[in-house]
Ligand binder design. Structure first.
Ligand SMILES: *Cc1c(COP(=O)(O)O)cnc(C)c1O
Ligand code: SF4
Length: 439
């Protein structure tokens, strides 16, 4: 083709230049402006021109996934920010109000900052998290943004100046020594933001060290990314696409498993020529693509959406991996669905797909003690219960011990649940308290 595709970003500053936006009502445009004062907003030319079906707006799932919606703020919060804008208050005053609302939105869920950052020589290792024995997360400092922002993003606080809440800034490479010494770590997972926003040179800078002999214990390099969905040209006609694919091949040829952990929320993200071509190119390097996404209202809270998406993924050579429960942060009131409903949707979708797509796990909560899966809704001795199970846990011994919570039609998160059978605590709670004290 010879031509390189250039990304064009749209945010609060310039989104009214998007031609398709002109057909929205002025109220609709104003609410985008108001909400995006609080929650970060960024989209791009591919999403706008190829993913969103503008005839279906505002209900189009990809529009909901990328454009701020009025219902994401509570009525009171929305009114405050809207009034402030309409009254023509100073940018400073509006920003202060926006900050106040942000703090009401629980910017740092699940004790991530306190509990997951490891120590070495008695100093915390910035930029990595080691919660589950086998897998270490690395947050490259150059990968702390995305090609567009998902409206449900639980990392939204990292994209704005809520506080000094960024995990990232892996400027020193002290963490390399930590991973070298911890032979139990078999997986290094690069995450963000989106590490695929980085240049190939930066990616190499982060990944190449792990191909050296001292990291023989690291079997798998995973890259968590939304780029296949939001900017597939990264792998096809972007300036560095060939170099990037060659680098993937180099990783695979070194004997490691390279897993692209792709975020796909809806089957509409799998339909364009660009994404199909990108998937083919990545698979051509020997890397595997696995898919994961949270289940959220307004985007994918229907069994048919998941079933079709998983089927299509298998056809395209992608391995369905996780369905997550939305975290308790940001616009959670807008997106959250009860655990009972998430389970019913999962069950209905899972029972209608072939075994090749049943590699998927879920619905799973990434909660303080671990990844808790809702395995079922059942009745034991006349009591209706949730059957729960750790897929991952702070203490590996907790994994695969079924445990039970009182059935609750409205519960949306682990912390809403009460132990079943009149018990005071879940089996892991005393030990978790001990772990917290040690921090
Ligand atoms: C999900 C997650 C992982 C990876 O878990 P897998 O089940 O191996 O995919 C690792 N660390 C943290 C903190 C996680 O939340
Ligand atoms: S790709 Fe991931 S980190 Fe980026 S905005 Fe979406 S959910 Fe957040």
């Amino acid at each position: 083709m010879g031509l390189h595709k250039r990304i064009r970003f749209y945010s609060l500053r310039n989104f009214e230049l998007i031609p398709q936006i002109r057909s929205l009502s002025s109220e609709a445009k104003f609410s985008i402006k108001a909400v995006s004062r609080v929650l970060p907003f960024r989209t791009n030319n591919y999403i706008v021109n190829e993913l969103i079906d503008w005839n279906a707006v505002p209900n189009d799932p990809i529009f909901q996934l990328t454009f701020p919606q009025r219902g994401m703020l509570e009525e009171k919060q929305y009114a405050a920010i809207a009034d402030s804008i309409l009254r023509g208050e100073s940018q400073n005053t509006i920003n202060q109000l926006a900050d106040t609302i942000r703090f009401e939105l629980n910017p740092h869920p699940a004790g991530q900052k306190e509990l997951n950052v490891p120590n070495m020589d008695n100093t915390p290792l910035q930029g990595i998290q080691h919660k589950y024995k086998e897998t270490c997360l690395v947050f490259p400092s150059a990968g702390q943004t995305c090609h567009a922002y998902c409206t449900y993003c639980f990392r939204w606080a990292q994209f704005i100046r809520v506080d000094n809440g960024k995990f990232s800034t892996v400027r020193t490479k002290r963490y390399l020594k930590y991973i070298e010494e911890h032979k139990e770590i078999t997986d290094v997972l690069f995450t963000g933001g989106d590490p695929m926003i980085m240049t190939v040179a930066k990616l190499k800078d982060y990944i190449l060290p792990f191909l050296q002999p001292e990291f023989e214990h690291v079997n798998s390099i995973r890259i968590g990314t939304k780029v296949l969905s939001f900017w597939p040209y990264k792998f096809t006609i972007d300036k560095e696409s060939s170099e990037l694919l060659q680098f993937f091949e180099e990783i695979v040829n070194s004997g490691k498993h390279l897993a692209i952990m792709a975020h796909f929320s809806h089957g509409n993200e799998l339909k364009t020529n660009a994404v199909r071509s990108a998937i083919e190119k990545i698979r051509g390097t020997g890397a595997e693509i696995r898919s994961q996404a949270p289940i959220v209202k307004h985007i994918n809270n229907e069994a048919a959406v998941w079933a079709e998406m998983w089927k299509e993924q298998v056809r395209l050579g992608i391995i369905p991996y996780y369905m997550f429960v939305e975290r308790n942060t940001g616009a959670k009131n807008y997106f959250e669905i009860p655990l009972a409903e998430a389970f019913r949707i999962f069950k209905k979708a899972y029972s209608s797909i072939s075994g090749l797509a049943r590699t998927v796990k879920g619905p799973s909560m990434s909660a303080l003690p671990g990844k808790v899966n809702v395995d079922g809704i059942s009745e034991v001795n006349g009591e209706k219960v949730f059957v729960l199970n750790f897929i991952q846990a702070r203490n590996p011994d907790w994994v695969k011990i079924p445990f039970f919570a009182e059935y609750d039609e409205n519960a949306t998160w682990l912390t809403d649940l009460k132990p079943a059978f009149g018990k005071k605590k879940f089996f892991y709670e005393d030990e978790l308290e001990e772990m917290k004290k040690r921090i």
